[in-house]
Design a protein. Structure first.
Length: 276
């Protein structure tokens, strides 16, 4: 009964949220999850938001993801926010990564059609969403050839504890949290961890034209190891800003830490993205 009550309360909160905002849903594929929510803003600035969930559960309209987005950027205010939905679940790899590329292609077309700025697009994601933001941002700013390639390169990426090396994260979970190895659930039997990691790990596709990246990561994260942030910092400097939350776990930051993170992200955006 308590679990049902929690889900019912979550549904009520979400329903109240949806009824109070301006929202448009866009499709980039035939699957029900291949959708993008568009929250119009008052400026021409664009933020692309990608939810997490280990590529195996959750969804773009789940209450917790909306709350996490709104802790840093409010919908229907200044920013035009595109929230990407993608196929997730058991044995679905690499659909989430491929879907994100196609969703970003749709978003790029929408940006042009709506007269929004093509010069200061920012990608933002948490956990698996951080991985997808890095992956799509690196792919679309480079000279790669792939289906669903966008004509707009993002200017910056806000990465909250995203997976940088899929195989390394798999081995970390296998050793430290074997019962929570979401990567093992995500990869189908006909694919190998090495195959998926080599093709879809952001660390494997870094190039000279990558956008500026700001990463937030806690040192005590037990789902995505902090060393992923350190590896990005080592490889991307001077294009990388690392915000380290000492003792921070996976999103479990104090209100004071969130306020300080927001302050640093706002400063990063004003300096690196919203320069006009």
């Amino acid at each position: 009964m308590k679990l049902v009550s929690i889900y019912f309360l979550s549904f009520l909160v979400f329903s109240s949220f949806i009824s109070s905002v301006e929202l448009e849903e866009l499709s980039y594929g035939d699957h029900e999850k291949q959708k993008v929510d568009f929250y119009p803003g008052s400026s021409d600035k664009v933020l692309v938001w990608i939810h997490g969930g280990g590529w195996i559960f959750s969804g773009k309209r789940e209450t917790r993801w909306i709350r996490r987005l709104e802790r840093y950027f409010k919908v229907n205010e200044e920013l035009n926010i595109f929230s990407i939905g993608y196929r997730y679940g058991r044995n679905t790899a690499p659909q989430a990564a491929e879907d994100t590329l196609c969703a970003y292609q749709l978003i790029s077309n929408e940006i042009k059609q709506r007269g929004l700025s093509t010069e200061d697009v920012t990608l933002m994601g948490l956990s698996a969403g951080g991985h997808l933001a890095l992956f799509a941002g690196f792919k679309n700013s480079g000279d790669f050839e792939f289906s669903c390639k966008s004509s707009i390169a993002p200017k910056a990426i806000i990465n909250f504890f995203g997976i940088v090396d899929i195989e390394d994260n798999f081995n970390f979970l296998k050793k430290n949290r074997p019962f929570l190895n979401y990567i093992n659930i995500w990869i189908p039997p006909n694919k190998t961890i090495q195959e998926i990691s080599e093709k879809y790990s952001p660390i494997e596709i870094i190039h000279k034209k990558v956008p500026k990246v700001i990463t937030v990561h806690g040192t005590d994260d037990t789902l995505v190891p902090y060393k992923h942030a350190l590896r990005l910092d080592e490889v991307l400097k001077p294009k990388h800003v690392l915000i380290t939350v000492d003792g921070g776990e996976h999103w479990r930051f104090s209100d004071e830490e969130h306020l300080e993170i927001k302050k640093q992200i706002d400063e990063f955006m004003m300096k690196e993205v919203w320069t006009d």
